[in-house]
Every structure is written in structure tokens, then in C-alpha cells.
Design a protein around this ligand. Structure first.
Ligand SMILES: CC(C)(COP(=O)(O)OP(=O)(O)OC[C@H]1O[C@@H](n2cnc3c(N)ncnc32)[C@H](O)[C@@H]1OP(=O)(O)O)[C@@H](O)C(=O)NCCC(=O)NCCS
Length: 184
């Protein structure tokens, strides 16, 4: 089982659906994560969870739920998607739903574990992500974990009457000096 100091990662399950539905319909969360303050239907969340629960070698998706060790709460998810086994790269993603858990260093703790897992167990060479440029907390979290800024997707989203940029970031195999898991 993947585990950091304060959280463990477990498979996604249907019990997670109501929590995800609530988080995705918090307008601050959805602006940060999806880029827009929009409604997400229960069916859509249900469908995403069911897809995540049945990964196939061809789906290119590996998603896990984040569960705290101290109080045993489900607080979010982390994943690799668009996994390309031939060129050994994948997109990384993470979200923590409850706002009172933000900025508590759990995101960087889990991201480091996933980077380790991606390079050492999945055999990836490159892990990449995008974040909206106004999502300063997420960008700082990813930088702390070794992701480097590499590109700007100009005016990629129209939200709140304004176009916003997204930042492309990546980390390559060998750019973490020691396995993060050993440094915890
Ligand atoms: C992004 C996310 C996973 C990060 O996890 P986290 O536990 O909140 O992040 P961490 O506490 O590990 O790191 C956040 C860092 O940003 C800093 N930070 C917080 N608010 C900030 C702000 N407004 N501007 C700049 N830095 C900020 C924190 O101080 C911390 O840095 P430090 O450890 O050097 O002090 C989590 O906040 C989240 O899920 N947010 C909502 C969904 C989301 O944005 N997902 C990512 C989409 S790309």
C-alpha cells in the first residue's frame, strides 16, 4: 500500500461519490480544479468513480483515494492519467476536497509519494501536469515536489468573464535526488 507520513492511498470506491459530488460543487474548488465555477451532476461524478474503479491496461488511468491516517477521513484523490507506456510519460493530478485541509502540506506529501511510485514502480520517465496560473497554492506545492515550469498555455480557459493561462509543469526521472519515500 502506498503510504506517506500522514496519509495512505487506497482504491477509489462508490462510498466516495457523495463526498466528491459535494467538493466538485463547491465553486472555489471547481474554479481551482476545473477552471470554472460550474455545476457537476451526481451522474457525472458517479460515472467518473466507476471508470476509476475499473482500470484496464488500455485506459491509461490509475487513480487512488487519499485517506488520512490520524482521523481516517477520505479527503481527496490523486491519479496518473493519459499513461503512455511506450514513451513512459503520464499526466499527474491531485485534489483535496475539504478546504480546511488545504495548505497543510498533505498535498505535497502525497505528490512526492506518487512521483516515487511513478518513476520507480510504473517505470515512467516523465510526469507532467497543468495548473491554472491563478492556482498559486497548487503551483507552489508542485514546485516543492520538484516539478519545473516548462510552458504556458495562453488564455486557455474563459472564466469569470476573463481568459486565464495555464502552466505546464514536468519532472523527469532522475530529477529527484533520493526516493521521496525514504526521505519521509
Ligand atoms: C493543490 C493541493 C493538492 C495542494 O495541497 P496542499 O496540501 O494544500 O499543499 P501544500 O500545503 O503541500 O503546499 C502548498 C504551498 O503553497 C503555499 N500557498 C498557500 N496559499 C498560497 C498562495 N495564495 N500563494 C502562494 N503560495 C501559497 C503554502 O504556504 C505551501 O507552501 P509552503 O509549504 O512552502 O509554505 C490542494 O490545495 C488542493 O487540492 N486544492 C484544490 C484543488 C486543486 O487546486 N488541485 C490542483 C489542480 S492543478
Amino acid at each position: 500500500m502506498l503510504k506517506s507520513e500522514r496519509a495512505y492511498l487506497r482504491p477509489t470506491k462508490t462510498d466516495d461519490i457523495p463526498y466528491r459530488y459535494e467538493w466538485f460543487n463547491d465553486m472555489e474548488f471547481s474554479r481551482l480544479y476545473i477552471g470554472k465555477s460550474v455545476y457537476t451532476s451526481y451522474e457525472q461524478v458517479e460515472n467518473e468513480v466507476r471508470v476509476a474503479m475499473q482500470p484496464t491496461p488500455y485506459s491509461g488511468l490509475m487513480e487512488l483515494a487519499i485517506q488520512t491516517i490520524e482521523d481516517n477521513c477520505y479527503i481527496g484523490n490523486t491519479f496518473f492519467r493519459k499513461i503512455n507506456w511506450q514513451d513512459r510519460h503520464a499526466e499527474f493530478g491531485i485534489f483535496i476536497g475539504p478546504k480546511d485541509r488545504w495548505g497543510n502540506r498533505l498535498g505535497s506529501e502525497v505528490t512526492k509519494i506518487m512521483i516515487d511510485y511513478g518513476f520507480q514502480e510504473l517505470g515512467l520517465h516523465r510526469i507532467w501536469l497543468t495548473a491554472f496560473t491563478y492556482n498559486h497554492r497548487a503551483i507552489r506545492c508542485f514546485e516543492k515536489c520538484g516539478f519545473k515550469k516548462e510552458s504556458v498555455f495562453r488564455e486557455v480557459i474563459f472564466s469569470g468573464g476573463v481568459f486565464h493561462d495555464a502552466l505546464g509543469m514536468s519532472i523527469l526521472e532522475g530529477e529527484t535526488e533520493i526516493p521521496y519515500a525514504n526521505s519521509l
